[in-house]
Design a protein around this ligand. Structure first.
Ligand code: FUB
Length: 375
């Protein structure tokens, strides 16, 4: 059953006119779209079927990743399930929320879990599913496939995080792991860093020429080109079992690149293209703000352009996603503005983004905290 979560938006915010440069599409449908200029943040609040969105069980969501298909935004989030006042992440699954207007949100529920990855499930760990990213591509027959890149605790002999992928014929799933093993493990980045959570926060960008790149990393940004199947790394050699799952991999011909030009790079890279320029937004410093860089190529070099959002009250992390929707640009991120919120009980928020004529992004002041009554 479909669950509807409409958010309340003031008439003033809908009617407000952007005073600044923004991206425009020439599509008639997009031209008719009146983009919100102020969001009823947090935009995701209840895991509920209540159409008024004023009652129900609060859901804490984080790490938004945006995928636009036609007239619909698919917003995938991680899911914070930690008890109040406990200082550690508890994240077992990913949630999907869709909208056609950025105001009414449809709750598609759980679409993927830590338990769905055999290689992560079998490890002796607690089972965290950190930030993810979803993209799509048509296969040779013209059929769309959806690729869900995840951060999973487990997947290797040593305690730590790994990056994996699951694939579906439908953006709502079910997603299944085509590899049977992670894409990136601790051994792949051991020459650069030694902390166990360095391989987190995958983000994939598919360029106009069809080449695809995977960006990731905590305290170090790495990127690697993906194979055209979006499931293997370019140059990765592997053997398969009778079911088609990988049983071994050889990384000797895979080129893992580092990016060292982003001040205070912490984590959460997200690459997108706007007005012909490539943008890389990321979480900077700790507590995190949102920094960004631009380039004329998806592979850099990246020119640092500044901070677009300062640290937020109540949460050390912020996790940005910059995306276009119906001819306008938006930023999704997380705050801690739900009752009982905090660094391990976060909530997904969104803002409008305005560009200056030199491609720089105007600093964003988060929409004032909405009053959600304590339950
Ligand atoms: O949600 C768990 C981790 O916190 C993410 O992977 C980071 O980006 C930070 O948001």
């Amino acid at each position: 059953m479909k669950k509807i979560i409409p958010a309340v938006l003031t008439a003033a915010s809908v009617l407000a006119v952007a005073a600044c440069t923004n991206l425009k599409s020439d599509k008639a449908a997009d031209a008719a779209f009146v983009p919100p200029t102020v969001f009823d943040n947090p935009i995701i609040r209840y895991d509920t079927q209540d159409p008024t969105n004023e009652v129900g069980e609060i859901i804490y969501t984080a790490d938004p990743a945006a995928m636009v298909l036609g007239d619909t935004l698919y917003l995938y989030t991680s899911h914070d399930e930690q008890a109040i006042d406990v200082n550690d992440y508890r994240m077992y699954d990913y949630r999907l929320w869709t909208t056609k207007d950025l105001v009414k949100w449809e709750n598609k529920g759980k679409v993927l879990s830590h338990a769905d990855f055999e290689w992560a499930r079998s490890s002796e760990v607690t089972g965290n599913a950190y930030a993810a990213h979803v993209t799509h591509k048509k296969d040779a027959s013209g059929k769309s496939k959806y690729y869900f890149y995840v951060t999973m605790e487990g997947g290797q002999a040593d305690f730590g995080f790994a990056i994996g992928v699951a694939v579906s014929d439908n953006p709502e799933g079910p997603f299944t792991d085509p590899r049977g093993m992670p894409m990136i493990v601790l051994a792949d980045t051991a020459q650069y860093k030694d902390h166990s959570w360095r391989n987190i926060d995958p983000a994939v960008f598919i360029d106009d020429d069809g080449r695809a790149y995977l960006y990731w990393g905590n305290r170090q940004l790495w990127w690697v080109e993906l194979d055209s199947d979006l499931v293997h790394l370019k140059g990765e050699k592997y053997t398969l079992d009778a079911t088609g799952k990988m049983i071994s991999r050889d990384m000797s011909d895979v080129k893992i690149h580092t990016v060292d030009t982003l001040p205070n790079y912490e984590e959460a890279p997200y690459v997108s293209k706007h007005n012909g320029l490539y943008y890389l937004v990321y979480a900077a410093g700790f507590p995190e703000s949102i920094g960004y860089a631009t380039s004329t190529s998806a592979t850099g070099p990246w020119e640092y352009r500044g901070i677009i959002m300062d640290p937020l009250p109540g949460t050390t992390t912020i996790h940005p996603a910059l995306f276009d929707f119906k001819g306008h640009t938006f930023l999704a991120y997380h705050d801690a503005n739900l009752p009982g919120g905090g660094s391990y009980r976060r909530s997904t928020a969104m803002e409008r983004v305005y560009f200056n004529s030199d491609g720089s992004i105007q600093k964003i002041v988060p929409t004032a905290k909405r009053k959600v009554s304590d339950k």
